[in-house]
Design a protein around this ligand. Structure first.
Ligand code: MG
Length: 160
């Protein structure tokens, strides 16, 4: 039976932080604030997978009060979620993500994000979509206060 999951996340920009999106470090004047590496795209994707698995959310699985996840590489956490999915009998069929950022330009990094996300989940790169958009300078994204991301995931639970 097919299962669908949706995920959403936001992180605010902060001085003196790295900008990591889809596991790719991108040169920019600021990075995103967060307990882990603040990879907002990968966080949305993990929540999409967990949604399809009906396994809560990443806040439950990787609490930001736990020092173990301080500065954590979100792709490693994504690998844990993908392993958990397989352990529960799910096959990851397809995922698609959208990230909204006014700056920097993300299009040049999309292919590498897809490669890294696919490798972390143990799927083919053609099973991973990544799209980027600005918000035409509207809202908190348009004011360059932060970045938001959405993801959907299609899983097969292995049952008829
Ligand atoms: Mg997050």
């Amino acid at each position: 039976m097919l299962r669908i999951g949706h995920g959403y996340d936001v992180h605010a920009f902060a001085e003196g932080r790295r900008l990591v999106l889809g596991g790719v470090e991108i040169a920019h004047t600021r990075g995103l604030a967060g307990h882990s590496d603040a990879d907002v795209l990968t966080h949305a994707l993990m929540d999409a997978l967990l949604g399809a698995m009906r396994e809560g959310d990443i806040g439950q699985l990787f609490p930001d009060t736990d020092p173990a996840y301080e500065g954590a590489d979100s792709l490693v956490l994504l690998g844990h979620v993908a392993s958990l999915a397989r352990a529960r009998g799910f096959a990851i069929l397809d995922v698609d993500c959208t990230v909204a950022a006014q700056a920097p330009k993300l299009a040049p990094h999309r292919a590498e994000m897809r490669r890294r996300i696919a490798a972390a989940m143990g799927v083919d790169v053609d099973q991973v979509g990544v799209k980027a958009t600005t918000t035409e300078r509207l809202g908190f994204v348009g004011r360059e206060e932060g970045i938001e991301a959405w993801a959907v995931a299609l899983l097969d639970d292995g049952r008829c």
